[in-house]
Each structure stands twice: as C-alpha cells, then as structure tokens.
Design a protein. Structure first.
Length: 212
C-alpha cells in the first residue's frame, strides 16, 4: 500500500489540479447544459469510469508507451478531440428535440448511451495518460514494493476526487439550466451553448501544446 503521507500528498495535488476548471470541467458543463441534470451526471460518471482503464494501463506500463510515442499520442488526442466535436454538433443539431424532452421530463436518449459517450471521452483524453505517467510514480514508495498496485491505489484516489468534483459542476450547470425556466426555446439555446462548449473544447485539444 501507498504510505499514508504519500497518499495525502497526492490527494492534495490531485484536488488542486481537479478543482481548477479545465477540459473535464468544460465537458461536464457542456453536457449538463445540453442534456440536463441526469444527462450531466451520467456523463460525469462515464467520464470518470473512462479513467479506470487508463489507470490500469499506466500501472502496467502501457501508458508510458503511449505517452512516449508521438504517433500513438497524436492518434489518441485527435480521436478524443474529434469525438468531442461530434458530440457538440449533435447537441446543436438536436437542440429542439432535447428541449421538448426536457420540458416533458423525458430523457432525449438512453442512459447507457450517455454513460458510454462520457466513457469514450474519458478514455481518449491523452492529457490524463500523460498526467498519470508523469505524476503517479512520484508518489510511489519503492521500498514498499508492489509498485503497480500502489499506482492503481493512487489512481483510484484521483478517480474519486474527480467524480465528486465534476458531479458538483454538473449540478451547478444543470441548476442554471433549470433556472432559465421550462421554455423549450430557452432550453434549446442552452443546449446549443453546451454543444458549442464541446466543439470549442475539441478545437482546443487539437491545438499543439505550447513549448516551454
């Protein structure tokens, strides 16, 4: 197991990183505005579940291969960004149908689909892979042994914090959506705004990382 002091230090570092609005927060807000409270929370859960395979892959050394390979890293990055753009376009295209569904109190699509879409976004986020590869080893105690299990333990701490933080953002965004009333036209505009956020996020992720 990870020594308690290492665990607490990592939890603090993860909390600072997670609470600062970034791609995950923008995705969460965009989905909550586009789909409402349930859709936003399902997207948050799916996004968080997408972290689990990444955590295991990094712990087993696969993540390091992806992070160190320019080709693989770029492929994952482009795939994730384009999928975000696709989700944003779909939100804008179907904004009126989703607005009617919100007014009638029905989900615009199946819960499993919303969960799956969040999962794909989570598992294709290359910045998460790079973060875990760079940071997790810093908090591992080599003398304690079982390094892969220690990295998985640290990753699960990150998973829990990210899930709770993003859920709060989703509830805030969904509350703002509800505050605008039950007018289909206003909800359609908010849905389109959420779609625009996802398209913008996809575009940002496609940009090359700045060089130091």
């Amino acid at each position: 197991m990870v020594p308690i002091e290492n665990l607490l230090a990592f939890a603090l570092a993860a909390l600072v990183l997670i609470v600062i609005p970034g791609p995950s927060v923008l995705f969460t807000i965009g989905r909550a505005l586009a789909l409402g409270r349930i859709g936003g929370l399902l997207s948050v859960l799916g996004n968080a579940l997408g972290l689990l395979p990444v955590i295991v892959a990094v712990a087993l050394g696969i993540g390091g291969i992806v992070a160190s390979s320019i080709v693989l890293f770029t492929v994952v990055k482009i795939a994730g960004a384009l999928y975000l753009v696709y989700l944003g376009v779909q939100a804008i295209r179907h904004r009126n149908r989703r607005a009617e569904a919100a007014v009638n109190g029905t989900l615009p699509r199946s819960a499993w689909r919303q969960l799956g879409e969040g999962f794909i976004v989570g598992i294709t986020n290359p910045k998460t892979i790079a973060f875990f590869v760079a940071v997790l080893p810093q908090f591992v105690d080599l003398d304690a042994g079982m390094v892969p299990l220690q990295m998985i333990e640290l990753g699960l701490v990150f998973f829990v914090i990210a899930l709770m933080s993003d859920a709060v953002w989703a509830l805030i965004a969904a509350g703002a959506r509800d505050w605008f009333g039950r007018s289909p036209r206003r909800i359609a505009r908010l849905t389109a705004t959420g779609g625009g956020l996802m398209i913008g996020l996809g575009g940002i992720l496609l940009l090359p990382a700045p060089h130091s």
